[in-house]
Design a protein around this ligand. Structure first.
Ligand code: ATP
Length: 477
């Protein structure tokens, strides 16, 4: 399993999807850059989410709010007081860990060893201690479970402390405490503080939603697993404002719709599941995660949360500005309730990459061949088609260029004439291009080309005139 994940990570680097940030300086932990094909894939993911939210739902509009916000925002949202993770250091290795993650890993080990009841009891105990904020109890639990530091192998642990995940910096030129501002740890608060601006300017009526895509920053303690957990990442969040009392109906609706969306991306249903939260956050009255089976197990990709009126009410209290909406249909003023869908763009990227990565073994035992390809849905694939003249002579490159120029205004296509056709097919498989268009001598005679399909490697001949409608049809949902 872990070799599979390692293969995916090195594939992502070698073929221009994801690079470690500042690699020449030995990298920066949990920060990544997207290469040429990764940037295209990520853009396609964002475009798809954006159009799903704002075009297919007449009652959702977009917003693009700033990363920096007034510091009182984070007082109102609860992030200054409670956006913490419990951390613990090993005195020998000086390595830092998330106390809850150490316990969760131990519980997973019990589960794997065939003792689910032990696993459940441990998680329950941990939940109780964390809810009661009994940090020394958490430490005692780690010690009594005999959990050792994976690096030093010792159980010589420090106290457990709460660690706030927000990054801060100073605004303006003076480094006074009053100039302290935060890099937003979620995009949602930009939506809440703009709730009335958007509602009034776009003349929206409750129920309606606001969608936003943007960077978020969290100083994660456990920064492992590639782009699964990053310190700088991108969120795609939608806050849906509803009448008080109607939130659970909408919660159910969004829960179903978001799962259907993931299935529509080409993810098999067997690799997706819901995980209801046992312990609800201070702002929620219902919450569920959509989980995907990564090579390292089922993990959260998206959260759907019924956030009640917690955020708007708290902003009203702290800012002393009314956050109420007048509902003409019921002739009443109220603070709307909110159902949110929150998905990490990078985590979605990782899900799609893991799902697409395919190693296909063919041939008999002593002559085995492995073909690696990325089976992205054509609508998401970074490159839609490669135009490949069979040889570099006889006017084939000119014909190929003609087709390339015709298509490139509407699709991200590649033209390539170097190397054998087989090598060029392989290269396109590795970056997940769904269609290779070969230009051969027959093309000059009857204006047809062959299309090679990535997943089956089957070829078909079609007229050049049918190429554009073909790609139009295949590269959409
Ligand atoms: P986790 O439990 O994994 O830390 P969370 O429950 O804190 O996540 P939310 O605050 O609900 O996550 O954030 C919504 C979504 O944002 C997550 O489902 C995930 O896709 C994404 N996300 C959150 N933190 C990160 C991160 N550090 N790196 C990449 N994506 C993230």
């Amino acid at each position: 399993e872990n070799t599979l994940f390692k293969d995916i990570v090195s594939h992502a680097k070698e073929y221009g999807f994801v690079f470690q940030s500042s690699e020449i300086y030995d990298g920066l932990q949990a920060v990544y850059d997207y290469g040429p094909f990764g940037a295209e894939l990520k853009k396609n993911i964002k475009d798809l989410w954006w159009s799903t939210m704002t075009r297919f739902n007449d009652d959702i509009v977009g917003l693009d709010s700033a990363i920096f916000m007034h510091p009182d925002t984070w007082k109102a949202s609860g992030h200054i007081d409670s956006f913490n993770d419990p951390m613990i250091d090993n005195k020998d290795s000086k390595k830092r860990y998330r106390a809850d993650v150490l316990l969760e890993e131990k519980a997973a080990l019990y589960e794997k060893e065939g003792s689910p009841e032990k696993s459940e009891a441990l998680l329950k105990k941990m939940g109780e201690l964390l809810t009661a904020e009994d940090l020394s109890g958490v430490r005692e639990l780690i010690i009594s479970e005999g959990i050792a530091c994976p690096v030093s192998g010792t159980t010589n642990w420090t106290e457990v402390r709460q660690f706030n995940l927000m990054f801060s910096t100073q605004i303006g030129s003076l480094a006074e405490d009053s100039n302290k501002i935060y890099l937003r740890p979620e995009t949602a608060q930009g939506i809440f503080v703009n709730f009335l601006n958007v509602q009034k300017s776009a003349r929206m009526k409750v129920p309606f939603g606001i969608a936003q895509i943007g960077k978020a920053f969290r100083n994660e303690i456990v920064a492992r697993q590639f782009i699964f957990r990053m310190r700088e990442f991108e969120q795609m969040e939608m806050q849906f404002f509803v009448r008080p009392g109607e939130e659970l109906q909408w919660y159910q609706k969004w829960r179903d719709m978001r799962m259907q969306w993931h299935v529509a991306l080409g993810i098999p249903e067997s690799k997706l599941r819901y995980h209801d939260h046992d312990k609800l956050a201070h702002y929620a009255n219902a919450a569920v995660d959509v989980e995907f089976e990564f090579p390292f197990g089922f993990k959260e990709v998206e959260g759907v949360h019924s956030r009640t009126d917690f955020d708007l009410k708290s902003h009203q209290e702290v800012s002393r500005k009314k956050m109420q909406y007048f509902d003409p249909e019921v002739n009443k003023n109220y603070i709307p309730y909110v159902v949110e869908t929150s998905v990490g763009c990078d985590r979605l990227f990782l899900m799609l990459l893991c799902n697409a990565y395919t190693e296909e073994v063919s041939g008999d035992a002593d002559n085995q061949k492995t073909r690696i390809y990325l089976k992205f849905h054509p609508a998401l694939a970074p490159v839609k088609a490669a135009i490949l003249p069979l040889t570099k002579k006889d006017g084939l490159p000119e014909k190929g260029q003609e087709i390339y120029k015709k298509l490139k205004g509407s699709f991200n296509v590649i033209y390539e004439e170097a190397a054998s056709i087989g090598k060029r097919y392989t290269r396109q498989d590795l970056i997940g291009t769904p269609y290779c268009i070969a230009v051969d001598h027959q093309t000059l005679e009857d204006n047809t080309i062959t299309i090679r399909h990535r997943d089956t490697t089957e070829q078909e001949r079609i007229s050049i005139d049918d190429l554009e409608p073909f790609l139009q049809r295949e590269c959409s949902f």
